[in-house]
Design a protein around this ligand. Structure first.
Ligand code: PLP
Length: 435
């Protein structure tokens, strides 16, 4: 087995490539998680990907459990998606004018996602949440927004508060460069805390424009909502005339075709999408009730625009991906694989005597190095990060590429097989025993 001969560190070519990259780009990367800061060591530089596998520039193969942090649910380089991209690119890569393909993708999204009657295409998940917030504030004429500690909504200034792995401080910006002013209308509450939400509405109800949440959290590890929490968010926003936004950038087309809202049967007023909707190309979307979306320029007055929005190549990739997911839904099988992996990791950690808990929703899951159930950032924050780092590098040595942080969910694709899941569990058993 090629994988078992690998070492628990980056190969020499990755080391050299990273040294060069750090001279050229901040931290050597274009998005921070890729630098392996949470686990230490040198990131693997990737040469190509195929189906369930990543290949690094040192010629090593890994079973991939990141899937580009979510988008690659069909597996890497799916032939029909690549064909769609190639065909679109040959006709020109951007026009800055409307196309019929955009309407096709819009129709596919509206068909799939219960809350979306009208949709606007953008270029990333961050753009989607940033724009949805502006529309919610524009539509309600209100300022305040409720978010939850440990939920990440992209690097929008006003939402970069208690955003995942950084300290969950009430209303205090997490990043230098985010002014207190930018975040002063953001109320940060604890996930799954119904009483906290009720209290916030009792105190600030008439000022609350929107509640934004991840309807299964992926950004403090996988944290599953209680039905009572989602229902309270739905009821309180309705009662107080606020807009409920589900950030389904990660969960959309992942935990069910219609996202978490389909899975849980709770329909928000607005939804943000990214990742899978672009089929591995830069594309995001936000949408919701027609009366809300009609506030967006040029139908309404809330400004939002983009030179490359609705880009034909990205639209082709997204459209092909959604078509394939609808024609042959992989969700039941992904759920079975997730159960198999969750049970296997649970047993492996138990027999190694490691305090742990496994959280799972659909094909999203996390092994937390924490013996207590993780329902909010308070418990996520108490995980043994150091043990996680050794687990991560041990698995790299076994040819398994897991997310490089305790605070990320793992994702797999329809190209993963039961045999790969079993190989992963066996590798985890080895690694966990030796921690
Ligand atoms: N919202 C959620 C739930 C996410 O997980 C992410 C990215 O991980 C974003 C928004 C931001 O999306 P992007 O990285 O495409 O800007």
């Amino acid at each position: 087995n090629q994988a078992n001969s690998q070492s628990s560190s980056a190969g020499p070519k990755s080391v050299t490539a990273f040294e060069r990259a750090t001279q050229l780009m901040p931290g050597g990367v274009n998005s921070p998680a890729r630098a392996f800061g949470a686990v230490g060591g040198t990131p693997l530089f990737i040469e190509r990907a195929d189906g369930p596998y990543l290949f690094d520039i040192d010629g090593k193969r890994y079973i991939d459990y990141i899937g580009s942090w979510g988008p690659m649910i069909l597996g890497h380089a799916h032939p029909e998606v690549i064909d769609a991209i190639t065909e679109a690119a040959a006709k020109g890569t951007s026009y800055g004018a409307p196309t019929e393909a955009e309407s096709r993708l819009a129709e596919q999204i509206i068909d799939a996602v219960p809350s979306i009657e009208k949709v606007r295409l953008v270029n990333s998940g961050t753009e989607a949440t940033m724009s949805a917030l502006r529309v919610a504030r524009g539509a309600t004429g209100r300022k305040k927004v409720i978010k939850f500690a440990g939920n990440y909504h992209g690097h929008v200034d006003s939402l970069l508060v208690a955003a995942g792995s950084a300290a969950a401080t009430l209303g205090a910006p997490d990043s230098p460069g985010v002014t207190p002013g930018a975040a002063e209308d953001t109320l940060v509450l604890s996930y799954n805390d119904v009483a906290g939400l009720q209290n916030a509405f009792a105190e600030h109800g008439p000022d609350i424009a929107a509640v934004i949440l991840e309807p299964v959290v992926g950004n403090m590890g996988c944290v599953v909502p209680t039905m009572a929490f989602l229902q309270a968010a739905r009821d309180l926003t309705t009662q107080h005339g606020s807009i409920l936004i589900f950030d389904e950038v990660m969960t959309g087309f992942r935990v069910a075709f219609g996202g978490a809202q389909e899975r849980f049967g709770i329909t928000p007023d607005m939804t943000t999408l990214g990742k899978i909707v672009g089929g591995g190309m830069p594309l995001g979307a936000y949408g919701g009730k027609a009366e809300i979306m009609n506030q967006v320029l040029p139908a309404g007055k809330v400004f939002q625009a983009g030179t490359l929005s609705g880009n034909p190549v990205a639209v082709a990739a997204g459209s092909a991906t959604l078509r394939l997911l609808k024609e042959q839904p992989p969700y039941e099988r992904l759920e079975q694989l997730a159960d198999r992996l969750a049970n296997g990791l649970d047993q492996a950690a138990a027999s190694a005597g490691i305090p742990h808990t496994v959280a799972k929703a659909g094909a999203m899951l996390t092994l937390f190095f924490n013996g207590d159930p993780v329902t909010s950032w308070n418990e996520a924050d108490r995980c043994d990060r150091e043990a996680f780092g050794r687990y991560f590098w041990g698995l790299i040595g076994e040819g398994i590429y897991m997310p490089c942080s305790q605070f990320e969910a793992l994702f797999f694709s329809q190209q993963h097989t039961e045999a790969m899941i079993d190989e992963t569990i066996a590798a985890a058993e080895n690694v966990l025993k030796s921690l």
